[in-house]
Design a protein around this ligand. Structure first.
Ligand SMILES: [Zn+2]
Length: 502
């Protein structure tokens, strides 16, 4: 059985999803989870694109072990040097450089000919190779590149030292039979192809990114580039969980598998949802809320007799366990910590103390605390930002015949400010009070409330996406009271915006 490498680009291509910008702490949390998940390569960012990206890659390179850390670089000297600076501390590292090869891109975007694009690609692969062994090259817009020229470029960059050649369907244009045939042609025509791994990077504009990636595997591809939940530029990338579970479930057909620890899939999906604020549709394959719920009576009957009748994947195999009561009001710190360790969370003493305080408050209001509640509680720990603003008190009145009114007390630096505002509804009144106290002018892009578990005493989780200038961030808040959760989420988003200004 062949092993297909999983190259995760949630932190690079995934972050290019509108509103999914992440700070360094958030990127580090995702990178640690990706390492637990067992991905082979983490594309941690695009070093030259911003100081924040550079710092994130550098931090991840210093703290995340067991997987290759990669930085993206255009085929430019400055990009490659900057990438090297960012990743050099990582125990295992890679530079991923790329240049367009399609006629459309060369003619209209770069205004250079094929020979010049080839020359630049080779030269920059050589430069990257002077820093390290592991070099990946992508001919951007490969699926719209003339095949003869594409093969020529691939052969030349392998000669120059590229150890992985990635074939991107940059604009999500290809279809499975065609894409598979392309990989086959590359394997047949490129003389030195056995010296490199063929990777694929498919976009989902036609909903075919997973199918195209799998078709490539059938034709010899050895690495798939993907993201958790399929997030990414435009319609997104190939979704990690789909491609991994397709290979695992149908290994009889593919004769290939990955190094992914599938039991970590659900946790990875939730973490990415929480941090990016991008929810997964309920009917999403593998990680959607309905992916394992059977409604039809006939199906339920079959399942009760034997699971294999209608279930092709065991929910436990992706880390989805039956919701169970774990802790309550009387549970102590030790039980709390033990359960967190079982769930895979390692918290410092300080993080544990603050999470335990929040747990006690929630346990006062909610009889049973489920795993999902705990995850919501501790993941707040992972998404903390310096608190420029902190909520001190809130009271609200609203009713059928009265105007919704919110009174908020917020600490802004050293100062404690209180204001009363009215609004169209309680949430509107609260948000008005927050913007008036903090004197901020951000635009609310998205407001979403979810109940984490069932029951009217469930923890409510709120996501607020705010935009200010060209920055967009998502804030989170969890509380048994959704009004308080809403205020927390809005303030969390403002704190993230404030942290980015520093
Ligand atoms: Zn992409």
């Amino acid at each position: 059985m062949r092993t297909v490498k999983i190259f995760d680009t949630t932190l690079r291509d995934g972050e290019q999803s509108p509103g999914a910008a992440m700070n360094i702490g958030e990127k580090l949390q995702i990178a640690k989870q990706l390492a637990r998940l067992g991905v082979d390569i983490i594309e941690a960012g695009f070093a030259i694109s911003s100081p924040g990206d550079f710092e994130a890659i550098k931090t991840i390179s210093g703290e995340v072990e067991g997987t290759v850390i990669c930085s993206l670089a255009r085929a430019k000297e400055a990009d490659i040097k900057r990438s090297w600076e960012a990743i050099k501390d990582a125990p295992k590292k890679r530079i991923h450089t790329f240049h367009s090869t399609s006629e459309i891109h060369l003619k209209y975007q770069f205004r250079i000919d094929q020979a010049e694009a080839l020359r630049r690609s080779v030269e920059m692969v050589k430069l990257a190779k002077s820093f390290l062994e592991d070099v990946e090259f992508s001919p951007m817009d490969a699926t719209r590149t003339e095949i003869g020229y594409l093969c020529e470029v691939i052969e030349a960059v392998i000669d120059a030292g590229a150890t992985t050649v990635n074939i991107p369907d940059t604009v999500g244009y290809s279809i499975p039979t065609e894409f598979g045939a392309m990989i086959k042609t590359i394997r047949e025509k490129v003389k030195n192809i056995d010296k490199a791994v063929i990777a694929v990077h498919c976009h989902n504009d036609l909903g075919l990114s997973t199918s195209n990636s799998l078709s490539a595997v059938l034709n010899g591809a050895g690495q798939i580039e993907c993201t958790v939940n399929g997030i990414g530029e435009r319609a997104g990338n190939c979704s990690m969980e789909e491609v991994v579970m397709a290979l695992r479930t149908r290994s009889d057909l593919f004769n290939a598998d990955t190094n992914i620890i599938t039991e970590e899939i659900m946790r990875s999906s939730k973490l990415v949802t929480k941090i990016t604020g991008m929810s997964v549709q309920p009917n999403k394959a593998i990680v959607g809320a309905n992916a394992f719920s059977h409604e039809s009576g006939i199906h339920q009957d079959g399942l009760l007799k034997d699971k294999s009748t209608y279930e092709i994947i065991r929910p436990e195999s992706i880390g989805l366990h039956k919701t169970k009561f774990v802790l309550g009001k009387l549970s102590g710190r030790h039980a709390f910590k033990t359960r967190l360790v079982e769930l895979g969370y390692e918290l410092s003493d300080e993080e544990l103390n603050s999470a335990f305080d929040r747990f006690k408050k929630v346990a006062d209001q909610k009889k049973e605390i489920f795993d999902q509640d705990l995850e919501a509680l501790v993941s707040e720990e992972f998404t903390t930002v310096p608190e420029t603003y902190s909520l001190v008190d809130l009271s609200i009145s609203s009713g059928f015949n009265s105007e919704p009114t919110a009174v908020l007390k917020i600490r802004v630096g050293e100062e404690l400010i209180e204001k009363t505002e009215h609004g169209d509804g309680p949430i509107d009144a609260i948000f008005r009070a927050i913007t008036s106290i903090t004197e901020t002018k951000s635009k609310l892009l998205k407001y979403e409330v979810k109940a984490i578990t069932g029951g009217t005493d469930a923890l409510g989780e709120v996501v607020c996406s705010l935009e200010e200038g060209d920055r967009a961030v998502s804030g989170h808040g969890a509380d048994t009271d959704i009004i308080i959760a809403s205020a927390k989420a809005y303030i969390n988003a403002l704190n993230k915006l404030a942290a980015r200004k520093r």
